[in-house]
Ligand binder design. Structure first.
Ligand code: EPU
Length: 418
């Protein structure tokens, strides 16, 4: 298992390019199942989860060709196997995203139930209920979701709570259903809009994309498309916070600024100086960090995927703050590791009360999930001395070459094979 060794206390400086979004790339790759032709996707990040999704499609009979470094052409027109096996689903919950497309295109799917997760129970009941409303016969047997249907039929579906992959699955399923599907209380995350635009260029009829009510008129087939994945707003946010926790100065390139409103607002409240152009952001933070209270919420609120990273900023602030996590019930595991580095944080259910301690001390720590490990990297960059982060496979699931990117910005980061 690899570890990351960070010699912290160095202010980051320079420029960095943001990669394509993991959470947009995954459903877009799954959407290739819907096409009767092929799907060309560009700006695909080189991440472990992306490889797992491609591997999953390959086991079903899809073929793909690399079209340059970050571009892939997938043909999933003649799948001969409609199973998402446990050994792949257990490593990546987003495998559930093949359920809707398989049912819509092939009328059958057998997808392993994802099970629990480090950050919460994360059930998929809304995916299943929605597909049942569309006429699918779904049984849960031997840990698998067994689903079949002649052709899905349009339905009215209300999602409560708002679910990102649930919206993606049902939207994809509805594109080939007979008649109109209305999805109420739909997710409006940029990744959903990016997926919807991909489906539209394949020929799908989707109205209300990016609003809470989507209306999808099913069509008989979807064709060829050429689509670009949006930049990863969570990776961008993590680098912006990295500039602040190290009191550095960065230019973050290849970002969609309009996807980062809530993040930029928090950074400014923390004392960062920010300016931007069409697709880059310049950020620096000199002087004291101001504590910021925030609550995570579905887009356009503060993303749960940056809660851990912003907590590190608050730990280093002058003053106290309160963070409320509302999306997942167990997404504060990083607190215990940050405490080992000198953070003063009290937990009351899903609220973290942070007392700013201005500096952290280096320590050996353990990554527990993807964004928690990003927070530990930020803490390691800020703390003087040597921090060793164990189990960094978590971070490789969602951050492309994070060690090399940080090295490029002047950080002393080394990947160790243990
Ligand atoms: N929920 C249900 N029933 C369902 C589906 C969801 O109760 O059928 C609940 C969940 O338990 C949770 C809430 O709804 O409490 C929201 O979960 P959601 O379904 O939106 O999460 P997700 O789609 O599984 C995606 C991202 C996550 C991100 C969340 C929230 C992907 C592949 N994953 O997960 O990303 O945190 O939306 O924005 O898009 C990450 O990248 O680190 C990550 C965890």
């Amino acid at each position: 298992m690899q570890k990351l060794k960070i010699n912290g206390g160095i202010s980051l400086s320079g420029e960095i390019d943001i990669s394509g979004s993991k959470n947009a790339a995954l459903p877009i790759i799954a959407s290739s199942i819907l096409s009767s032709s092929c799907l060309k996707i560009s700006n695909i990040p080189k991440l472990h989860d992306v490889s797992t999704m491609i591997e999953l499609l390959k086991t079903m009979g899809a073929s793909y060709t690399n079209q340059g470094d970050y571009c892939l052409k997938i043909e999933a027109n003649n799948l001969n196997n409609h199973i998402a096996p446990y050994h792949l689903v257990k490593t990546m919950r987003a495998s559930i995203l093949v359920l809707g497309p398989l049912l819509a295109r092939y009328g059958k799917a057998r997808v392993s139930l994802p099970g629990g997760c480090a950050i919460g129970a994360r059930p998929v009941n809304l995916h299943i209920d929605g597909l049942r409303k569309m006429g699918a016969d779904i049984q849960i047997k031997e840990g698998y979701i067994d689903a079949k249907v002649n052709r899905l039929k349009g339905a009215k579906i209300f999602l409560d709570p708002i679910t990102v992959t649930g919206t993606a699955n049902l939207m994809m399923a509805a594109t080939l259903a007979e008649g109109k599907t209305i999805i109420e209380n739909a997710a409006i995350e940029p990744e959903i809009v990016n997926l919807g635009e991909c489906l539209q260029s394949m020929g799908a009829k989707i109205g209300g994309l990016g609003t809470r009510v989507m209306s999808i008129e099913g069509v008989d087939y979807l064709g060829e498309a050429d689509h670009e994945v949006i930049p990863d707003r969570i990776e961008a946010a993590t680098f912006l916070i990295a500039a602040c926790v190290t009191k550095g100065s960065l230019r973050v390139n290849r970002v969609r600024i309009d996807h980062l409103d809530s993040v930029i607002d928090l950074l400014k409240r923390a004392g960062a100086t920010i300016s931007f152009d069409e697709n880059h952001i310049d950020i620096s933070l000199k002087g004291a960090i101001k504590p910021i209270d925030f609550t995570t919420n579905p887009y356009p609120g503060v993303p749960t995927d940056v809660q851990a990273q912003f907590m590190v900023l608050n730990v280093l602030a002058e003053g106290d703050s309160k963070i409320i996590e509302t999306i997942f019930e167990n997404r504060l595991m990083h607190v215990l590791e940050l405490q080992r580095m000198g953070a003063s944080i009290n937990l009351d259910k899903n609220t973290a009360y942070v007392k700013g301690v201005r500096k952290l001390s280096a320590a050996p720590v353990m990554a527990t999930d993807l964004r928690a490990s990003a927070a530990l990297v930020l803490a390691g960059l800020a703390a003087k001395g040597e921090t060793i982060i164990d189990r960094i496979y978590h971070i490789d699931r969602g951050y492309e070459e994070i060690d090399q990117k940080l090295f490029q910005l002047g950080a002393k980061v080394l990947r160790l094979d243990s």
